[in-house]
Structure formats: C-alpha cells, structure tokens
Write a protein that binds this ligand. Structure first.
Ligand SMILES: [Zn+2]
Length: 58
C-alpha cells in the first residue's frame, strides 16, 4: 500500500501533492519517521500485546 499523504516540512501542512506544498511551496515528505520499518512497527505491536497480557511487568 502506498502512502498518499505528504507533509510539508516548512509549514507542517498535509497535502496530497508529491512535489511541493501548495500553500508555501516548501518541500514535502512522507509524514512517517523513516527509521520505523514495518518490521519495527510489528515489534512494537507485539510488545504492546504482551504488555496488555501481563507478560511484561510495567
Ligand atoms: Zn508548506
């Protein structure tokens, strides 16, 4: 699945445009931190589910 929403790095607005911000003309990027891969997200979910189940002490 492709992420369509972009966020302007200058004014912080969300836009569907891929080249630049329609408001201020600043560059846009995908509003997800690039350090999080899908694998990392699954790890976080697994951690939260374990915590909910009481396997990990708070
Ligand atoms: Zn902008």
């Amino acid at each position: 699945m492709k992420w369509l929403l972009r966020k302007c790095v200058r004014c912080g607005r969300y836009t569907l445009r891929r080249d630049r911000c329609p408001v201020c003309g600043g560059p846009v990027r995908v509003p997800h931190p690039p350090r999080f891969s899908p694998d990392d997200r699954f790890l976080i979910y697994r951690y939260l589910m374990k915590k909910e189940a009481g396997e990990i002490p708070p």
